[in-house]
Design a protein around this ligand. Structure first.
Ligand code: 5RP
Length: 220
């Protein structure tokens, strides 16, 4: 199977976790896009969705799936989204598509977080994928200096990219993330950081991992 076929298989498997008659959260990225296309096949079974990005909202609407503003919603049954890396405890790096802040908000509100990925995303230690940090534009160089001084790694400004929230992204290269929960907190404490792409304090509850031999379910 190609990587796209693996993504489509895991997207299909995630339909089992969609709770009928509820509002579900939908992530961003190529795997999430496969999920949206699968969700369209059962769209009448859900009350609607909350999207983690403008791109996802547009794709959902194009399929005729209702998209709610999060402020209109008090409960999300399940959040389904991809990841850039997952360790075996289901701590994640997300934000390759730059939607990390909205993704983190939707994940926080959701009762269950089901991460969908192909098996290239499972790693022993997070950090080979550059860790995205969303920053307020005026704070970019200050945040860069603080990261170099107190965290390490090499923060690089993502070229020609603005988030849905009007901010910038620094990608930190060269990290070996042994304590994801601690690092998530440390980064969020730097003034000017909106949030970072570590999903450790609220990691995934279930990882559906697509392999050449089928989709495996991983729990922390
Ligand atoms: C977007 C994300 C995505 O979930 C992550 O980048 C994985 O994307 P893909 O499914 O295309 O590999 O965090 O901000």
């Amino acid at each position: 199977m190609t990587q796209d076929e693996l993504k489509n298989e895991v997207a299909k498997a995630a339909l089992k976790y969609v709770v009928p008659e509820t509002i579900i959260g939908v992530g961003t990225g190529s795997t999430a896009n496969f999920f949206i296309d699968q969700l369209a096949t059962i769209k009448s079974s859900v009350k609607g969705t909350v999207a983690s990005s403008i791109e996802t909202a547009n794709r959902l609407k194009n399929h005729g799936i209702d998209v709610f503003d999060l402020n209109e919603v008090s409960e999300i049954s399940v959040y389904i989204d991809g990841a850039d890396e997952s360790d075996h405890h289901l701590n994640l790096i997300k934000g390759g598509g730059g939607a990390l802040t909205r993704e983190k908000i939707v994940a926080a509100v959701s009762k269950q977080f089901v991460c969908i990925a192909d098996d290239s995303k499972l790693v022993d230690v997070l950090g080979q994928f550059p860790l995205p940090i969303e920053v307020i534009p005026m704070a970019t160089n200050y945040v860069k200096r603080e990261i170099i001084k107190s965290i390490g790694g090499n923060p690089v400004l993502r070229e020609e990219f603005t988030t849905d929230n009007g901010n910038l992204i620094l990608d930190i290269h060269g990290l070996t993330i042994d304590s994801p929960k601690t690092l998530e907190g440390q980064l969020n404490n730097i003034v000017g950081v909106v949030t970072n792409g570590l999903f450790a304090n609220r990691g995934a509850d279930i990882l559906l991992l697509s392999t050449q031999n089928g989709v495996n379910m991983v729990k922390p």
